[in-house]
Design a protein around this ligand. Structure first.
Ligand SMILES: [Zn+2]
Length: 247
């Protein structure tokens, strides 16, 4: 399977209907909602195989999304991290930004481990600073048709504790007025867990210290779904009514 994965509107519709049937806590009547489509791309990781080959594949994804029928064309696109393979590779970053301009709708990337670390593992504050300069904020909020989307920098859950604490406080703030929204989605790079919420820490999941706090907060906040990347494959599950989708 191609490393770059696109999720079409059908999955959103699936999550939506499940919630309307009582899986979440819609504060407003389901009948008033205007459905819409969004797309998720994860791990374009320009430079992982070969710069030009990876740029071409990413551009093909942009074309595929742009040319979807108008009825299903996404309102916006989320990119759940690993925009490039090596955060120090400037040409890779330039290629990513070049393709970004080819999308005909807004695109909202957040960073993956490869975007803010020296070797995919070791967090470097200077790389986070250059990410913010080159690609924009590493955490963000999107509001669309009574839906709230919260993008996070999941590398901070394994980075300096102070930065993780700041991000967690910010996240709590965003969820404070959750009742103003019908559906709430969180998107970040690292999955919370792979098989079991109590599994040991490893490269592909979120460290247990923050994982348990996040799961508790998401459950309390009636988060509809958590959308993540990092795995380079599609998986989905359910945790206490929260849809977990990995790409
Ligand atoms: Zn990754």
């Amino acid at each position: 399977m191609n490393r770059t994965t696109v999720l079409g509107g059908w999955a959103f519709a699936l999550i939506l209907s499940a919630t309307c049937l009582g899986g979440g806590r819609p504060p407003l009547s389901c009948g008033q909602f205007s459905p819409f489509t969004f797309a998720i791309i994860s791990d374009p990781q320009i430079g992982m195989v070969a710069l030009e080959r990876d740029r071409t594949n990413f551009a093909k994804v942009a074309t595929a999304i742009n040319t979807l029928p108008e009825t299903t064309r996404p309102k916006f696109v989320l990119i759940t991290g690993d925009l490039v393979d090596d955060a120090n590779n400037r040409p890779a970053g330039a290629m990513f930004r070049q393709v970004l301009h080819e999308f005909s709708m807004p695109v909202y990337p957040i960073p993956g481990n490869h975007d803010v670390t020296t070797d995919g593992k070791t967090f470097a504050p200077a790389l986070l600073a250059s990410y913010r300069t080159e690609f924009g904020a590493d955490r963000l909020v999107i509001k669309q048709n009574e839906c709230l989307f919260i993008g996070l920098d999941s590398q901070l859950w394994r980075g300096p504790e102070e930065l993780a604490r700041q991000q967690f406080a910010w996240l709590k703030q965003q969820l404070h007025d959750r009742n103003n929204y019908r559906y709430v989605f969180v998107f970040e790079h690292h999955p919370l867990f792979l098989n079991d919420a109590n599994e040991p820490d490893q490269y592909y999941n979120t460290p247990s210290m923050w994982r348990s706090k996040l799961l508790h907060l998401f459950e309390q906040g009636h988060v509809t779904g958590v959308l993540t990347g990092h795995l380079h494959r599609n998986e989905s599950g359910l945790y206490h009514g929260i849809a977990l989708s990995e790409f």
